[in-house]
Design a protein around this ligand. Structure first.
Ligand SMILES: Nc1ncnc2c1ncn2[C@@H]1O[C@H](COP(=O)(O)OP(=O)(O)O)[C@@H](O)[C@H]1O
Ligand SMILES: [Mg+2]
Length: 332
């Protein structure tokens, strides 16, 4: 019996650099060096069984890259990903990765793009069942597909339809059914409600939450919106320019945000008590990731930045037993 308190996923020093150099001849004639975009630049976190770890931050900070690395869609430049004690980064080919991949699934932001428009729902959902050889026999697969559709609030009759016959929310339900088909323990949800109408978002979030309780799932839940994360996460990691700047339990983060960037993100959430007050949009612009600022990457936008922050980069360190912050001001 696995220990409930041990981490299911351990990510250590994860980096992914993308080579965005100009073509070889251009570099030779224009005397340019190779250029790397440091999309994920040393990220460490862990997720316990049955827990939801949320990754938040503005667009471009590296959230989806972390998601793709975690499920093994491409390899990290360096760092380690351990799933249930298995070092995924040491697995060299697809065949070795397969048994671990079966235990994970991913739900994408855009249910329009992530479902094959030419496939019937029955094929979309049963594909992981067949690919992993989980159930044999046509009738048994049909039964399982019907059960999955019911679990996500759709009807078994929907299995003969095509994705375009559904609304955005229903399509995301199909993606969820497909994710569940492989009987995963761990699901990476990359902005699963960002493409949906506000009224539908809550329904999908509730479904994701209920399925967690029912199947004891663990989630890496990605969102650019702290408000979405509040009701679903146990722990939150705030990302800025490829690094984590704060990790804390969700209530602690909302009551006592320590990093100035976390406070900036929280200020953008409309507050019912302060109704009528405009909520502040995030201040300043995200710097160009190809030429990141010196020192603390946030110093250009930070109201508390000092000379020390311009010249030195703060490491992510514990300021309480369950709170980690990368900020010189938070420690003093
Ligand atoms: N395949 C790629 N090649 C080059 N740059 C990429 C690639 N994928 C992502 N990036 C860049 O990496 C950074 C992080 O992207 P991403 O992980 O998608 O961020 P997020 O999901 O937080 O919006 C961005 O600057 C993005 O342009
Ligand atoms: Mg993304």
């Amino acid at each position: 019996m696995p220990d409930k308190d041990t981490a299911l996923l351990n990510v250590t020093g994860l980096k992914r650099y993308f080579d965005v150099s100009r073509p070889f001849l251009n570099r030779v004639f224009e005397r340019q060096k190779r250029q790397y975009l440091k999309a994920v630049n040393g990220v460490s976190f862990s997720i316990k069984r049955g827990e939801t770890f949320a990754l938040v931050g503005e667009s471009g900070c590296g959230k989806s890259t972390v998601a793709h690395l975690v499920v093994g869609l491409f390899p990290p430049s360096s760092g380690k990903i351990e799933f249930d004690g298995i070092n995924m980064t040491a697995l060299k080919n697809r065949a070795q990765l397969r048994p671990v991949r079966r235990r994970m699934a991913m739900i994408f932001q855009d249910p329009y793009a992530s479902l094959n428009p030419r496939w019937r729902v029955s094929n979309i959902i049963s594909e992981p069942i067949k690919a992993f050889g989980l159930i044999n026999g046509r009738q048994a697969i049909i039964q399982r597909t019907s059960a999955l559709l019911e679990q996500v609030g759709l009807s078994p009759q929907d299995s003969s339809k095509f994705p375009h016959e559904f609304s955005g929310g229903q399509r995301q339900r199909i993606s969820i059914a497909r994710a569940l088909a492989g009987e995963p323990e761990f699901i990476v949800c990359d902005e699963p409600t960002s493409a949906l109408d506000v009224s539908v978002q809550a329904q999908i979030l509730n479904l994701i939450k209920n399925l967690q309780t029912k199947f004891g799932l663990s989630y890496l839940f990605i969102s650019h919106d702290l408000a979405v994360v509040r009701h679903i996460a146990d722990h939150v990691g705030v990302m800025y320019m490829g690094r984590l700047c704060e990790i804390a339990p969700v209530n602690t983060l909302f009551q006592n945000p320590c990093h100035p960037y976390t406070r900036m993100l929280l200020d953008t959430i409309p507050d019912i008590e302060k109704m009528g007050n405009e909520c502040a949009p995030p201040q300043g612009e995200i710097p160009n990731p190809l030429s990141p600022p010196s020192g603390c990457a946030f110093h250009l936008r930070c109201p508390q930045a000092t000379d020390h922050c311009i010249n030195n980069r703060p490491e992510l360190e514990n300021i309480a037993s369950d709170v980690k912050v990368a900020c010189f001001q938070a420690r003093s």
